[in-house]
Design a protein around this ligand. Structure first.
Ligand code: CP
Length: 310
């Protein structure tokens, strides 16, 4: 049994050097994924459990591909087909999994704090793959890698994050990571999507999209998270698209060549028009590619201790 367990639960509290190290490793592993033979033996003998209690396409598949490219064994686990559906608790489920001795658990859960709970209660390395509206650290790392690769740096960038800020774990993790790396952040959305505490996070808050986008190096659009909200937080998709959706006219306010980003999944025609989602400035699919690279980097950082101690 390993004696030294690292986790990745949040970017809050990580230093600039630690984030830079993930980005450098991500760049290295992106190179591995671009080779004809994409597999390295680095995490042979390591077992990774993908414990996804909430739906996912990009994060789940990219963690699975990342683990397989590192030669780890993987086991996928969905709530609907497990005994969670029969009322088993998260802790009992985790203890049951631990009896089978996995080394790393990648968890996505609708409840904020679920990965932290596992980290306190089970002796495996825990990776947060998104917990409720709280944090999505690997998404923010892959976003920062994409910015660094296109714009050459993160420090001093003007990054506009637009949309359903209040429910967004992507916004929270990007704010923590980007601030640590020295970027300036503007957030914008309808007032009902802007919780008052965002004023304390060191970001500029706008209730209109135009001033947030003006002169921005990066425009990151977010999906409206209807699954996390009650009724009546916004009038209609149509009105939202008119005032807060990114279209060609609004994008002209950003710097020429500004990156258009979106963590996915997209609601085309709501937060972003189809032509802008697919335009030359859009790096949305590159974010997906960088997702595999960053997840290889994170699995390596956490798994290398376990390999060394084996
Ligand atoms: N960006 C993101 O987390 O996408 P998925 O929900 O598809 O994993």
């Amino acid at each position: 049994m390993a004696t030294h367990i690292n986790h990745l639960l949040d970017l809050e509290g990580l230093s600039k050097e630690e984030i830079t190290s993930y980005l450098d490793l991500g760049e290295h592993f992106k190179g591995v994924s671009q080779r004809r033979i994409k597999k390295v033996p680095t995490l042979r003998h390591i077992t990774v459990v993908l414990f996804f209690i909430e739906n996912s396409t990009r994060t789940k598949i990219s963690f699975e591909i990342a683990a397989k490219r590192m030669s780890a064994d993987t086991l996928s686990f969905a709530a609907s087909s497990s005994s969670l559906a029969k009322g088993e608790t998260l802790l009992d489920t985790a203890k049951t999994l631990m009896a089978m001795r996995p080394d790393i658990i990648v968890i996505r859960h609708f409840a904020a704090g679920a990965p932290h709970f596992l980290a306190r209660n089970v002796p495996a390395a825990i990776i947060n793959a998104g917990d409720g509206g709280h944090a999505h650290p690997t998404q923010a790392l892959l976003d920062m890698l994409t910015m660094r690769q296109h714009l050459g740096k993160i420090e001093g960038l003007e990054v506009a994050i637009i949309g359903d800020i209040g429910h967004s774990r992507v916004a929270r993790s990007n704010i923590h990571g980007l601030k640590t790396m020295g970027a300036n952040i503007r957030v914008a959305g309808p007032r009902t999507f802007l919780p008052p505490h965002f004023n304390t996070l060191g970001v500029q808050v706008y209730d209109r999209i135009e001033p947030a986008i003006e002169g921005a190096d990066v425009v990151m659009m977010l999906r409206i998270q209807k699954e996390r909200m009650g009724k009546d937080l916004f009038p209609s998709d149509r009105e939202y698209a008119r005032f807060f959706g990114l279209d060609a006219q609004k994008l002209k306010l950003a710097k020429p060549g500004a990156l258009v980003m979106h963590p996915g999944p997209l609601n085309r025609g709501v937060e972003i028009t189809p032509d802008i989602a697919d335009c030359n400035n859009s790096v949305i699919l590159e974010q997906v590619e960088n997702g595999v690279a960053i997840r290889m980097a994170v699995l390596y950082q956490l798994g290398k201790h376990l390999v060394e101690e084996a």
